[in-house]
Write a protein that binds this ligand. Structure first.
Ligand code: HEM
Length: 124
């Protein structure tokens, strides 16, 4: 196993994560029923996001927080949902990659999820 190094690595990671997340008993419905997510158009945006966070990419120019505040207004996002999201993300990173950037992918997800949950809590 090697580290996350390229855009192709991130696309693989994102695809595998959403495969699991969309079928998941705890959070799957948020993607499939609440957001009606079109994975084909969503996956490249998420890969842009992680390319910015981990590899210094510049394609992602949005702020993911408002998207999740809107989602939370449609269907409340709970601490259990975030825990499950993070567990699946960590599992997927560990299944595919090892190294400093892979560790960063997990650490950054945790810190972003923490900020997101704080904003959601304050939005209630
Ligand atoms: C309970 C946890 C989460 C759920 C259920 C969730 C679900 C979703 C959904 C349904 C969308 C698509 C919204 C739309 O376009 O209509 C989305 C977008 C996105 N999510 Fe999450 N998410 C969660 C946590 C996170 C976390 C922790 C991160 C980052 C570490 C993240 C990063 C993103 C990004 C970058 C987008 C794209 C936003 C954009 O369009 O610019 N999500 N999420």
């Amino acid at each position: 196993m090697s580290d996350i190094k390229t855009r192709a690595d991130l696309e693989q990671l994102v695809r595998r994560f959403y495969e699991k997340a969309m079928q998941d008993a705890v959070i799957g419905f948020l993607f499939t029923d609440v957001a009606n997510l079109d994975l084909a158009s969503h996956a490249p945006v998420i890969a842009d996001f992680w390319e910015m966070v981990l590899l210094g990419g510049t394609a992602y120019r949005q702020n993911p927080i408002p998207v999740h505040l809107a989602l939370n207004r449609q269907s409340p996002l709970t601490a259990d949902h975030f825990d499950r999201w993070l567990t699946l993300w960590k599992e997927t990173v560990d299944e595919l990659f090892t190294g400093n950037t892979a560790e960063q992918a997990k650490i950054r997800a945790l810190s972003i999820a923490t900020v997101m949950q704080t904003k959601i809590y304050n939005d209630r």
